[in-house]
Design a protein around this ligand. Structure first.
Ligand SMILES: O=C[C@H](O)[C@H](O)COP(=O)(O)O
Ligand SMILES: C=C(OP(=O)(O)O)C(=O)O
Length: 371
């Protein structure tokens, strides 16, 4: 095949989404599991289910074996706390960088700078299938819209990140994805951009996208019924406090969203990228929930087997020298701290449940999720 731009040397044919899905299919039982997990997350975000969503896992997946190891442990906690939390595993395969850096498993599966995207897509999809098979629904950030059809059937919760939240392309992509989609505030802390994105993604719209055979088509996106916002803090400081949650809720109401819950990302600007601060952010959320705050629908937590992070310089770092179970992107809390924190969040849900009146419950269940 020849390149449309004439750059034959860099032009390599990729499997179509249909071909990759045929090689690594999502079995029927897991398809059902994904659908059920999406529905559970949607019910929480609409306030019909009083649990919290906890999206928990490494900042990025770089070692599929360590991801499987982590998933086995997280699944036990998921089952134990399922009456109060819906635990979903952060299975982030694409990393948006502030300037340069490793771009994630899909872009560079060998962590070498070779950027073998064909292998990356296949490996990324297999990791998602493995997480689902281990009993964990998955969450990803959707970054490159071309990647989405290769993986989206195996994803139960999606995010549009702080760097792309204002992009009409990403808003349009979210409008056609079938799982609840969270929109982050910008890196400068602009919450309104996330609200605007949620409004835009809720609307039915036409967009250009490749179909499963790679042919570009005009797609009719239905609009995402569970678009919501995620407070992730800013360069200037955190925004997980009660005043920010109230402000976000007011902005959502003004934009016509009444029942939509807010998610709080305990990492990034809310932790200043230090895992120790993530714990502080998460405890604040737990306290707000325990005190009866009904606007909070969940948290995102960066966590791996061991605490901290390590430097990965693709092409320079020797992969065999990397520490097992330690993040190669943002710093993560370790598994034991994660387990304790999830227990605290579950206890906060129990406390909220005990004090939130029947009339509130009735009011929430009779409200539409979005106007
Ligand atoms: O979640 C991960 C990082 O915060 C994001 O990819 C940006 O990282 P960077 O600022 O190190 O590029
Ligand atoms: C990059 C991420 O977050 P944010 O968009 O909030 O920086 C992430 O969650 O991996």
């Amino acid at each position: 095949a020849s390149s449309p731009s004439g750059l034959e040397k860099s032009f390599k044919r990729l499997l179509t989404p249909a071909e990759l899905l045929r090689s690594f299919p999502l079995p029927f039982t897991l398809k059902k599991f994904v659908n059920e997990s999406r529905a559970e997350a949607a019910a929480i975000l609409q306030g019909r289910d009083d649990r919290l969503i906890a999206v928990v896992g490494p900042c990025s997946i770089h070692d599929p074996e360590a991801a499987r190891d982590y998933a086995r442990r997280l699944q036990e906690v998921k089952v134990k706390l399922q009456d109060d939390l819906l635990i979903i595993m952060r299975t982030y395969l694409e990393k948006p960088r502030t300037s340069v850096g490793w771009k994630g498993l899909v872009n560079d599966p060998d962590l070498s700078g070779a950027e073998d995207l064909g292998r990356g897509l296949a490996l990324g999809r297999r990791v998602l299938l493995d997480m689902n098979a281990a009993g964990l629904p998955t969450a990803v950030e959707f970054l490159d819209p071309i990647v989405a059809p290769y993986i989206e059937d195996a994803v139960s919760y999606g995010s549009i990140g702080a760097r792309t939240v204002e992009s009409p392309i990403h808003r349009g992509l979210a409008a056609s994805l079938k799982m609840p989609m969270g929109f982050k505030n910008t890196r400068t802390g602009d919450i309104q951009s996330a609200v605007n994105a949620a409004v835009a993604a809720s609307a039915p719209q036409k967009r250009l996208a490749p179909d499963s055979r790679g042919r570009v088509r005009i797609i009719q996106a239905e609009g995402n019924p569970d678009a919501h916002i995620v407070l992730r803090g800013a360069e200037s400081g955190p925004n997980y406090g009660e005043a920010f949650v109230t402000e976000a809720k007011e902005r959502l109401s003004k934009a016509g969203f009444r029942g939509a819950q807010i998610m709080v990302d305990c990492s990034h600007g809310n932790s200043g990228k230090k895992y120790e601060n993530e714990v502080v952010a998460c405890r604040s959320v737990a306290e707000q929930v325990a005190a009866g705050n009904t606007a909070i629908g969940g948290v995102l937590i960066e966590s791996f087997l061991v605490a901290g992070n390590q430097k990965l310089d693709p092409g320079v770092t020797k992969v065999k020298d990397l520490q097992y179970g330690c993040s190669v992107t943002d710093s993560c809390m370790d598994f034991n701290s994660t387990k304790d924190l999830l227990g605290e969040l579950a206890a906060a849900v129990v406390a909220r449940r005990a004090q939130v009146s029947q009339s509130w419950k009735e009011a929430r269940t009779s409200e539409p999720a979005s106007a």
